[in-house]
Design a protein. Structure first.
Length: 257
């Protein structure tokens, strides 16, 4: 062996692959918007990678395409369920129906496979689409002429951290709070970008249009970080983050009064 003696059994000819496999493999599901997105990611935000990703934005409902998309992603990437270390789902905020479908699907899969369940905010994943030192505002259309919004700053490790809480408010109210240049990202920019541009001037900066939709791969990398810190959800009690009551709940409350 050219003078080299093997120790403690055979040595991998490609040790970097062993290190790669030691990182958690996450199957991520995002149904918070009209776009169904699934991804396989390995590792966490700082050192992770995207193994495979699929997004579909069409009029077909999430319930009709989600499981098919997952099967296709696993098959085409050559991944078996036994290889998956955890399943991540978007908690919201976002479409109430989409969030319920995503959560129900994730709960069914973790019950069948006994994999850990991880929940990630839709806005947290959106913020990861951006980078830099500028303050970030992730915004999603909440309908009723309102937006879901949260501010973020990147920490020294390169991970976006919330600078405040997730809220639902009017575009006007959000603009009134901004006193410095802010990078906006999310589908609400496509609805209210012109208004914010006029109201804020140089304080409004828009991320590229391709970044305005939630990304399942970003969700998966954030979930990888959570799995390494054992921040898992209990499938029995896990619920979406709606931020505000649904129309049905508001109507029921009005009737009760």
């Amino acid at each position: 062996m050219n003078g080299v003696q093997a120790k403690d059994g055979p040595v991998s000819p490609e040790p970097w692959k062993d290190e790669e496999r030691s990182q958690p493999l996450i199957l991520a599901i995002d149904t918070a918007s009209s776009c169904s997105a699934v991804a396989l990611t390995r590792g966490s935000v700082v050192t992770g990678q995207v193994v495979a990703s699929l997004s579909l934005n069409s009029s077909v409902t999430h319930s009709r395409r989600l499981l098919t998309a997952i099967d296709w992603l696993l098959s085409e990437s050559g991944t078996d369920w036994q290889d998956v270390d955890g399943l991540a789902v978007s908690l919201g905020p976002g479409s109430f129906t989409g969030l319920r479908i995503g959560m129900a699907t994730a709960k069914g899969l973790v019950t069948a496979t006994q994999k850990p369940l991880l929940g990630v905010s839709t806005l947290d994943a959106l913020a990861l689409n951006c980078s830099g030192e500028r303050l970030i505002c992730a915004v999603l259309d909440a309908r009723k002429k309102e937006v879901y919004a949260c501010f973020y700053r990147y920490d020294l490790q390169g991970i976006p951290r919330r600078d405040g809480s997730i809220r639902v408010l009017s575009p006007q109210r959000l603009a009134e709070e901004i006193q410095q240049p802010v990078l906006f990202v999310g589908d609400a920019v496509m609805l209210y970008g012109e208004f914010w541009q006029e109201a804020l001037g140089t304080r409004f900066v828009s991320a590229p249009r391709t970044l305005h939709y939630p990304c399942a791969s970003a969700l998966g990398l954030l979930a990888g970080e959570m799995l390494q810190q054992d921040q898992c959800l209990d499938p029995a009690t896990a619920a979406p983050l709606y931020v505000r009551a649904s129309d049905a709940e508001l109507s029921l409350g009005a009737v009760a009064r």
